[in-house]
Design a protein around this ligand. Structure first.
Ligand code: PNS
Length: 160
């Protein structure tokens, strides 16, 4: 049976840290659904459709296998998406103890709700300081974000 993992996130915008974690997930699981989630707790810089387009282009740029696909989800629980597509695992990237503290209650809740396990993957430490929120801030203040995001994202942010 094919093992499907879901890598969820806001991806506002996708960073090289995200790509690193998605690539690691692709090496472990048969199918990887990268899921762009509407997070009502955050006001997004980019519309959901734009985040999906940039993520799709960034995965192509990174040369990831076609077992990795991009989807979006804006209704209901994340575990409902997992159940709908037959995914038993969520994958989250962990940069620090702060991420562990933030992700642990959600991981336990998702297991309690639907038996979906969460696997934490460690990205390359080179990306440990990279987050979408810092990229948004640096880009908004006119800084160069090209070391932290896929080329397609850097080009998009430069022209908007
Ligand atoms: O990239 P982000 O913003 O850190 O991603 C957060 C995200 C979207 C993965 C997180 O907000 C999430 O898991 N949302 C799903 C909402 C849900 O199902 N909540 C109930 C169980 S924890």
């Amino acid at each position: 049976m094919s093992r499907i993992a879901v890598v969820p996130g806001s991806f506002d915008p996708v960073t090289l840290g995200h790509i690193d974690v998605i690539a690691r997930a692709a090496n472990i699981f048969d199918q990887v659904h990268v899921l762009v989630v509407h997070n009502p707790d955050k006001s997004a810089l980019l519309p959901l459709t734009q985040r999906v387009s940039l993520l799709t282009a960034a995965l192509r740029e990174a040369g990831l296998p076609d077992t990795v696909s991009v989807h979006s989800w804006s209704m209901g629980l994340l575990v409902d998406y997992c159940t709908d597509v037959g995914a038993s695992v969520l994958v989250k990237g962990i940069r620090s103890q702060v991420d562990v503290a933030y992700e642990t209650p959600m991981a336990i809740m998702n297991r309690s709700l639907a038996g979906v396990e969460t696997v934490f993957l460690l990205p390359d430490p080179a990306h440990a300081h990279v987050s979408s929120s810092l990229v948004r801030q640096v880009a908004g203040l006119g800084g160069d974000v090209s070391p932290y995001v896929p080329r397609v994202v850097a080009e998009y942010l430069e022209t908007t």
